[in-house]
Write a protein that binds this ligand. Structure first.
Ligand SMILES: Cc1ncc(COP(=O)(O)O)c(C=O)c1O
Length: 392
């Protein structure tokens, strides 16, 4: 076995010194305040059986996709899913990718062209950043959820760009680490007024917002006014994969130029069936029930934040949290060492709450990230926050 090159070993050592070394967690039976399975679909037995029924009904006895979607992997469940997605999300077309990561690198590496400008929120997901790095266009960040800063950056870079260059504005409708939301109506108005192409990642809004869980843009009636939406299936849908929603010509373009879909083996029939059944489950009474339970829990979580105070200084617990009406709630505990020790203490009490360390978030904004689920009980929520109030 060859040794790791010295430079790489040094990076690992530095990570360890910074208390930021990533490790695979061992599985446990702690109370879940950390997974993305907001509605419990990933472990739902009725849904599990629906998926098998679907495969049996279709007579599909195939394990793997056998190739890229452009070669042999475009099995019969793909068009069914894409049609279902286009109808549900009220969009002209849907193009399914293997993951949200693939969708974002595929989109951003291929759509913005040399000379184009990408203005992105500074807290945008790593998959979008990576896509922008792979792109020939220039990317510039604007301050988190700050429309004035976006307008300033737009003025600077719009004046510098060539005449036929495009400007893309990129945000998330629910930010993955903060759980907060930009002023989407204002972003749409800004983009329309300035001929920008707005792209919104709705990974953490699907299944949470909207009457049937279609996401936040749909809930606000803005979904038809963006250039593209990215929705992932690994969160509330409890499955795997992602979709880019947009025009028919955008779909055709991506199929021809987005390398992450062209050069990768497609999702298996079982994987696609899981998404089809997950969406059906979401639209049935089962989904409505889980979504309502989740909303109740989010409200209860926020009520407890208002009611509890931190024990040492008497400050309301709420003051430590980033305001959020989504399923993600961040409690700021600056310093990798400290936030890790809080997460450790909570795990010793039976709760799985993840410490989010720098460099995943900027130094000084390390946090405990609470993900709330439909299946958390009020007692669990009350207890975990009560404990936290004694540590702060
Ligand atoms: C906002 C956002 N976009 C994209 C992704 C990537 O999705 P996937 O896990 O399907 O690769 C994530 C996952 O964490 C995310 O939070």
């Amino acid at each position: 076995m060859q040794k790791l090159p010295k430079k790489l070993q040094a990076r690992l050592t530095q990570r360890t010194q910074e208390n930021a070394l990533r490790k695979l967690p061992v599985s446990h039976n702690l109370i879940d305040f950390s997974s993305n399975d907001y509605l419990g679909f990933a472990k739902n037995e009725a849904l599990y059986s629906n998926i098998f029924q679907l495969l049996l009904k279709k007579g599909i006895f195939q394990n793997g996709a056998t190739g890229s979607r452009l070669l042999t992997g475009n099995h019969e469940l793909y068009p069914i899913l894409e049609e279902q997605l286009a109808i549900f999300h009220e969009e002209e077309t849907a193009l399914v990718f293997n993951s949200g990561y693939d969708a974002n690198i595929g989109f951003f590496a291929s759509v913005p062209q040399r000379g184009d400008v990408i203005l992105y929120d500074e807290f945008i997901h790593a998959s979008i950043r990576d896509g922008i790095k792979m792109s020939n266009a220039k990317g510039y960040k604007y301050k988190h959820n700050d429309l004035d800063d976006l307008a300033d950056k737009f003025k600077i870079f719009n004046n510098q760009k060539l005449q036929d260059a495009e400007v893309y504005v990129v945000t998330e409708s629910v930010f993955s680490m903060d759980g907060d939301t930009p002023e989407l109506a204002a972003l749409v108005a800004f983009s329309n007024a300035n001929n920008c192409r707005l792209v919104v990642d709705e990974a953490h809004a699907i299944g949470i917002f909207g009457k049937n869980g279609q996401g936040l843009l749909h809930d606000l009636g803005l979904h038809r006014q963006v250039f593209a939406r990215i929705i992932t299936f690994g969160k509330a849908i409890g499955a795997h994969g992602a979709v880019i929603l947009g025009s028919a010509s955008l779909k055709e373009y991506l199929l021809n130029f987005a390398r992450s879909i062209i050069y990768s083996t497609a999702l298996s029939p079982h994987g696609v069936a899981t998404v089809i059944a997950g969406y059906q489950f979401l639209q049935a009474q089962s989904g409505q029930t889980e979504m309502q339970l989740l909303q109740d829990n989010i409200s209860y979580f926020n009520l407890r934040l208002e009611a509890l105070s931190c024990q040492k200084e008497g400050l309301p617990l709420q003051t430590f949290f980033i305001p959020s009406s989504s399923a993600i709630h961040g409690c700021l505990v600056p310093g990798n060492k400290k936030v890790k020790s809080f997460a450790q203490k909570l795990s010793e009490e039976g709760f799985d709450v993840k410490a989010i360390l720098s460099p995943t978030v900027p130094e000084g904004s390390e946090r405990l990230r609470f993900c709330i689920h439909s299946y958390n009980s009020k007692e669990e929520i009350g207890l975990v926050l009560q404990l936290l109030s004694t540590y702060l």
